[in-house]
Design a protein around this ligand. Structure first.
Ligand code: ADP
Length: 256
């Protein structure tokens, strides 16, 4: 499915050349299908928390909730609303990356200091789960887009904490491999079953829905990672073992 558009270039009335535009129609159709599927998923994912919020508010309004339980119901409404906000924010991030939009600058980024920031931001969440965060490796400088890189690292570490066990660890490894750098996030948590390993990067895909529901999340974190890494010109690799842990490695060119 190749679409060919030709525009003759003329000089003094003579045709001296042509501008050819080759478009891969298959890719276009695939992108369109993905977009359609994404919109359908988003509507579905938005509807679930909205239905809960509306339902809880309605029974409070109708006086079906005892005075002492109102706070508990308000808590549920708050949590569902937070989930909605997260969903909307994640969706915006993905579509921006999809469109190749980048409101930020490319700059020389001290990767070690970003890793320290991410650990600082996740400290409380890690403490609550009794998971320990470590950084292992050298100071690296890379020409990249800081907020996008930070988001990638945050999502990977956040997952390392969420899908971990009591007293687990999450380690960020930083490595210089010549023209590129490698950042990997390793945890010793619950691991990802073989059949799900390729699918976890898909939008809204979550392993074991009932278990994941308890843990909380939108199913968009790794999709943002995938789009972000592609945007930065890098590659991704996942290794995992059920009950032993997961390691996700991002390789980024030093001069993208
Ligand atoms: P979310 O965490 O919001 O569900 P993600 O896109 O970040 O969404 O991850 C998709 C799914 O992959 C998660 O629901 C979880 O089942 C699985 N997963 C991701 N990271 C890990 C990890 N480090 N260890 C085990 N499972 C993971």
């Amino acid at each position: 499915f190749v679409q060919l558009i030709a525009n003759p270039v003329t000089r003094d009335g003579k045709i001296v050349g042509a501008v050819l535009l080759l478009m891969n129609e298959t890719e276009k159709i695939q992108r369109e299908n993905l977009r359609r599927e994404f919109s359908a998923n988003v509507s579905h994912e938005l509807k679930t928390p909205l239905t809960s919020i509306s339902g809880f508010a309605e029974i409070i309004q109708d006086g079906f909730v005892k005075e002492e339980d109102v706070k508990k119901f308000a808590g549920r409404i708050y949590r569902e609303a937070q989930r909605l906000i997260q969903l909307v924010e994640d969706t915006i991030k993905i579509s921006q990356l999809d469109e190749g939009e980048n409101p930020y600058e490319w700059e020389n980024v001290d990767i070690y200091s970003v890793a320290r920031n991410v650990c600082g931001n996740l400290k409380e969440i890690a403490q609550k789960k009794n998971v320990h965060l470590y950084i292992d490796g050298e100071r690296l400088i890379c020409r990249t887009v800081r907020p996008i890189f930070e988001e990638i690292l945050y999502n990977l570490c956040d997952n390392g904490i969420k899908y971990n066990k009591d007293n687990g660890t999450v380690t960020i490894h930083l490595k210089d491999i010549g023209n590129a750098i490698q950042i990997s996030v390793e945890d010793n948590g619950i691991g990802i079953p073989r059949e799900d390993r390729n699918r976890v990067f898909e939008r809204f895909y979550r392993v074991d829905k009932s278990h994941s529901k308890e843990i909380g999340g939108t199913g968009l974190g790794l999709s943002i990672v995938k789009h972000g890494v592609a945007f930065l010109g890098g590659t991704l690799e996942l290794t995992s073992e059920v009950d032993s842990g997961t390691e996700i490695t991002v390789t980024l060119p030093k001069q993208a």
